[in-house]
Write a protein that binds this ligand. Structure first.
Ligand SMILES: C[S@@+](CC[C@H](N)C(=O)[O-])C[C@H]1O[C@@H](n2cnc3c(N)ncnc32)[C@H](O)[C@@H]1O
Length: 224
C-alpha cells in the first residue's frame, strides 16, 4: 500500500506516478476525475523565458493521458474532465462534448510566426448515468487566466470550481492524477468535496500542501 504524502480531513495527496498510485484504488470508486496532464504547449511566456521562477514540469516531453485507467476508477454515475491540446490529441468514444475555455489573454507564444492562443480544450466524458448537478452551461466557458504564482500551467480556481459544482455534490470524491500546485485540492476543500491528488514532483506536492494551509490567496503579491 502506497503511503500518502499528506493527509487532512477529506484531502489526500500522493507523491508518485499516477499510473502506479492508481493501481491501489478500487474500480468505480471515484465520482469525478479532473485531469490536467502535461500537454506539451510552450507554456513559458516571454516574461518567464529568462529567470523562469517555476520548477520544471515532469514529463512535459513525454505526453500521455491514462484514459483507460482513469475511466476504470470512475463510478457509473461519474464524469471525467480532461484538459488536452493539439499536441496531445485525445480520441475516445467516451467524449460526449468538448468544452472550450476562452482566456482573456493571448499575448504569449511565437509573437511573429503564430496566432495568439486564446483557448484550451476540456474533454467532457460522463459515464452512462451521470446527470449535471448545476444549471446547464454552454460548452464555451470564459474565465480569466490567473497569474501563475504556484505553477506555470496553473488553472484558475474559478474554472475548477465550475467543474466541481456542475459535476459533483458535497462529500463526493474527486481524483486529480496530475495535481500540480493543488488547485483542485484547494477548490475541493473550499467546496466541501473530498479530493485525492497525485503529483510526481515532491516540490509541487509541497506547494499544494502550502496552498491547502492558506485561508485566502493574494495574487496581487506576485506583482509587488
Ligand atoms: C499541467 S500540470 C497540472 C497543473 C495543475 N492543474 C495546477 O493548477 O497547478 C501537470 C502536472 O503533472 C505532473 N506529472 C507529470 N507526470 C506525472 C505522472 N506520471 N504522475 C503524476 N503527476 C505527473 C507534473 O509534475 C505537473 O505538475
Amino acid at each position: 500500500m502506497i503511503k500518502p504524502y499528506y493527509e487532512e480531513e477529506n484531502i489526500t495527496i500522493y507523491n508518485g506516478d499516477c499510473l502506479e498510485v492508481m493501481k491501489e484504488f478500487d474500480n468505480e470508486s471515484i465520482d469525478c476525475v479532473i485531469a490536467d496532464p502535461p500537454y506539451g504547449l510552450n507554456y513559458l511566456s516571454n516574461r518567464y523565458k529568462y529567470g523562469n521562477p517555476h520548477l520544471k514540469i515532469e514529463n512535459d516531453d513525454k505526453l500521455f493521458i491514462p484514459i483507460v485507467s482513469l475511466w476504470q476508477k470512475l463510478k457509473t454515475t461519474g464524469a471525467m474532465y480532461v484538459f488536452y491540446s493539439h499536441k496531445l490529441p485525445l480520441v475516445s468514444d467516451n467524449i460526449k462534448n468538448v468544452i472550450i475555455w476562452v482566456k482573456n489573454n493571448w499575448s504569449a507564444g511565437d509573437l511573429e510566426g503564430d496566432y495568439g492562443n486564446q483557448y484550451e480544450m476540456l474533454a467532457f466524458m460522463p459515464k452512462g448515468n451521470f446527470k449535471l448537478k448545476s444549471k446547464r452551461f454552454s460548452n464555451v466557458w470564459f474565465f480569466d487566466r490567473e497569474i501563475p504564482k504556484y505553477h506555470p500551467t496553473q488553472k484558475p480556481t474559478s474554472l475548477i470550481n465550475r467543474i466541481i459544482e456542475s459535476a459533483t455534490n458535497k462529500g463526493d470524491i474527486i481524483l486529480d492524477p496530475f495535481l500540480g500546485s493543488g488547485t483542485t485540492a484547494r477548490a475541493c476543500k473550499d467546496l466541501g468535496r473530498k479530493c485525492i491528488g497525485i503529483e510526481i514532483s515532491k516540490e509541487y506536492c509541497d506547494i499544494a500542501v502550502k496552498r491547502l494551509g492558506q485561508e485566502v490567496f493574494d495574487f496581487a503579491e506576485v506583482n509587488r
